[in-house]
Design a binder for this molecule. Structure first.
Ligand SMILES: [Zn+2]
Length: 360
């Protein structure tokens, strides 16, 4: 009898015995690696052949977030590993056959070279993920792991993950502007967090109740303003000149605030190189007013003007479609999600299953 193990539940798997469960777990782990690599190669091919344009997307990463429901960070990681493996035949062979765990692979591709890849493959067989991660952090690209020396040793960074409500995220994004203005350049979130805590410790001893109350009040006020923003997203500066070709920097900032400081195309992960687009083209008589203006990244903006992405409607009620007129927002299809769940087996802890995420 032919049994598809992906259809078995935990009890049925348990009844197969210890050896079978071990075998299946190893096979599933290998499958994770080979299918993530396949996905990374698909994204790479998509970028090279520009197939993402067929979906109204500006890059393969935009496609991955919009159509596949991936997070941009995951998609970039898959594409990065696929790119690095093009120069690493032995590691590529191991990964294709699912003989190396993904977490180790994504670490070693950062430092392995054609001369050192066999050494890293051997290390991956005998070392745990934590050991590999540590060794990679201490090794320069193309080199073999050495004992920590002053020029090789890099501090181990801690990754902070926090979940924020939409209101809190607006407060944070807005709060980032002040330290950036102080520093005279755009601070990243890590730098801003460090600066804010340093200022807090320097100027505001934490045990003073009065200051605590003031901070609570300020936070409550910022949150309620953020909530208002979320509800209506108004544009505060109304002194737009409908006939002007260009808008002022203050008006640009105001539009970007309304649009959440990121590209407005569904699924597009870009928040840099933002431009302002006339939904009804200025050259066709479109007015320079907030209802006709939209924040887009430079790549999506180019897609619009080259006919690969169509945008109609007004902010808050926009329809995005690709060249064939298919609505971009309706592209998360459940049949694709099912296929990925079963064949890629992404139902483990690390990422949510596709079907579940789409149903949510
Ligand atoms: Zn975009």
């Amino acid at each position: 009898m032919n049994i598809d193990p992906t259809h078995l539940n935990a009890q049925q798997l348990g009844e197969l015995g210890a050896d079978a469960v071990d075998h299946l777990a190893r096979r599933a782990c290998g499958t994770l690696t080979s299918y993530r690599l396949l996905l990374g190669r698909c994204l790479l091919a998509m970028d090279r052949y520009r197939y993402h344009f067929d979906h109204g997307c500006c890059t393969s990463i935009h496609y991955a977030t919009l159509v596949l429901g991936l997070k941009a960070k995951q998609a970039r990681q898959f594409r990065h590993v696929a790119t690095r493996l093009e120069e690493l035949p032995a590691l590529s062979n191991q990964a294709t056959h699912g003989l190396i765990a993904w977490c180790k692979l994504r670490e070693v591709v950062r430092v392995a070279s054609p001369d050192t890849e066999e050494f890293w493959i051997d290390l991956c067989r005998h070392k745990t993920y934590e050991q590999i991660e540590r060794l990679v952090a201490l090794t320069a690209p193309g080199q073999l792991p050495a004992l920590p020396t002053s020029h090789l040793a890099q501090p181990i960074h801690t990754e902070l993950r926090i979940q924020l409500s939409p209101q809190a995220m607006i407060v944070v994004d807005r709060g980032l502007q002040a330290p950036s203005q102080q520093a005279g350049r755009m601070l990243n979130r890590a730098e801003a967090v460090e600066m804010l805590f340093a200022q807090l410790l320097a100027g505001h001893p934490l045990d003073e109740d009065l200051q605590h109350e003031q901070r609570e009040r300020a936070l409550a006020k910022a949150r309620s303003e953020a909530q208002k923003d979320l509800e209506e997203c108004p544009v505060r500066d109304t002194r737009f000149n409908p006939e002007a070709r260009h808008i002022t920097p203050a008006q640009t900032r105001e539009l970007q605030r309304r649009d959440g400081y990121r590209c407005s195309t569904p699924g597009c992960p870009h928040h840099l190189y933002l431009q302002t687009h006339h939904i009804h083209y200025y050259s066709h008589g479109g007015k320079t007013v907030p209802l006709n203006l939209l924040t887009l990244c430079s790549a999506c903006h180019r897609n619009v003007h080259e006919g690969r992405l169509k945008i109609e409607g007004t902010p808050g009620n926009l329809v995005f479609s690709n060249e064939q007129g298919r609505n971009l927002q309706q592209k998360w299809r459940l049949d694709v999600a099912d296929w990925l769940d079963v064949w890629i087996g992404w139902t483990g802890e690390e990422f949510d299953c596709y079907r579940g995420r789409l149903a949510a």
